[in-house]
Design a protein around this ligand. Structure first.
Ligand code: IMP
Length: 432
């Protein structure tokens, strides 16, 4: 069995949490490699939704190891709350099943404050971030001023680094945005407190993963957000502050590219986006609203209504190329039930020219008009289907068309929210 990366092929919220939760049964270790608590991976267990923000979605499986890699930015306050929330639901979280990279960077309270203040100040030009401090935390990392988990081990180093960061952050917060400054003493005390509780979880996760690989165990790398929120390849600047594509699994977890054997791309059967930025297939009408209601398309992290639209295969095709996708999982197919016909965007038109790829220029992208293909819909409820043959013929055609346009086989189709509501065509963790 090989090691696989699971990534979103759209703008996030493709249903990665459910798919990872299902596949976790077939692997030994689940690894987060980028992003932070801007992610919201929803899993429905025994009818109850559970949202995970920083802990990998494998945590619900006993005896699986979960790893938060060096590429993740960790908000320790939120992480401790998440651990507590899981424990209150009977899921034990200890260094036995969760380890965190010493090299992961910390999100500080002033990162959150700066994120919110900048968005407020940007007015109409705001990116629509989740307000969790993700951008400012990665900025400090790239600026080589970041504070890492390992710094929680030494109060003097931690204090010095917080002092240095706060010199700049307080200046900006106070002078530029008219916000309250933070006290070094309070932040140091708070973070030393978090450190006491989190130190047992810290280790060199790259070494751990290497040992697991050598012992013949299998890994699943759980991507957060989606391909078009990638800092380099997404719809910049309306993106997140990390690389979300599969290649970053290596950097963000400290494993070499030869260790990865497959990439599973998650495609929601339609498209959604939270936050600002162009969205060619967006439906700003009743149909869009119906998709939002039926698909419960409200942000798992912020509760914001998601923008909804038709499936855009230009995005998915680009995602196949950018991630080297070997298999696809189509999610939320049930949400499309009851519509007489369905549209799939197969290309864009810009000033009379046909475009087959997402253009780099946001100016051009925002003026792209989708070229649609129309397929017949289906009336039947499909949650019961466990086999492709049990899906209505038109639903099967929809899946086949996705495979043709992406030139990648569909390995799994999700037909409802729970683990059971799934058609497993070819388990990507059991292949070759
Ligand atoms: P940030 O990651 O909070 O800086 O937000 C940057 C952009 O990424 C905004 O448009 C967010 O709505 C979007 N974003 C961040 N995380 C997610 C996610 O998990 N799902 C969907 N969109 C996200």
């Amino acid at each position: 069995m090989g090691n696989i990366v699971v990534v979103g092929t759209q703008w996030g919220d493709e249903g990665k949490g459910k798919v990872v939760d299902i596949l976790a049964e077939f692997v030994d270790v689940v690894v987060r490699f980028q992003g932070g608590n801007n992610a919201g991976h929803t899993i429905v267990v025994e009818g109850e939704p559970l949202v995970l923000h920083q802990i990998p979605s494998g945590v619900l499986h006993p005896r699986k190891r979960c790893v938060v890699g060096n590429g993740v930015v960790v908000d320790p306050k939120v992480l401790l709350e998440e651990i507590q929330g899981l424990e209150s639901r009977g899921v034990k979280v200890s260094p036995e099943n969760l380890i965190i990279s010493e090299a992961a960077h910390l999100i500080m309270p002033y990162h959150r404050a700066l994120d919110l203040a900048r968005e407020r100040a940007a007015g109409k030009g705001a990116i629509g971030t989740t307000g969790r401090g993700i951008g400012p935390a990665y900025e400090e990392k790239v600026g080589r001023r970041g504070i890492r988990m390992v710094d929680l081990r030494d109060s003097q180093i931690l204090k010095k680094k917080i002092q240095d960061q706060l010199k700049e952050a307080n200046l900006q917060l106070k002078e530029r945005y008219g916000e309250k400054p933070f006290s070094v003493k309070e932040v140091v005390e708070e973070y030393l407190g978090f450190g006491e509780r989190l130190l047992p979880f810290l280790t060199n996760t790259s070494v751990f993963l290497d040992q697991e690989i050598k012992a013949g165990r299998s890994l699943l790398f759980e991507g957060a957000q989606g391909t078009f929120l990638d800092l380099d390849h997404g719809t910049y600047p309306y993106v997140t502050a990390s690389n979300t594509v599969a290649g970053n699994a290596c950097v963000g977890a400290g494993v070499g590219p030869t260790r990865i054997h497959g990439v599973l791309g998650i495609v929601k059967a339609y498209t959604t986006r939270v936050g600002a930025g162009p969205f060619p297939t967006e439906l700003q009408d009743e149909l869009g609203e119906n998709l939002r209601e039926k698909g419960k398309e409200f942000g798992a992290t912020t509760g914001r209504p998601r923008r909804c639209g038709w499936l855009d295969m230009v995005l998915v095709r680009d995602a196949v190329r950018l991630n080297g996708i070997t298999d696809l999982a189509v999610t939320k197919l049930d949400v499309l039930g009851g519509l007489p016909s369905l549209k799939i965007c197969v290309a864009y038109e810009y000033k009379g020219k046909r475009l087959e790829e997402v253009p780099c220029s946001l100016e051009v992208f925002s003026k792209c008009v989708p070229v649609y293909e129309e397929l017949k819909g289906w009336e039947e409820e499909i949650n019961y289907a466990r086999d492709m043959e049990e899906l209505p013929k038109n639903a099967q055609r929809y899946i086949r068309r996705i495979e043709e346009l992406a030139d990648v086989p569909v390995a799994l189709v999700s037909v409802g929210a729970t683990r059971n509501d799934t058609v497993m065509v070819q388990n990507p963790c059991k292949r070759g």
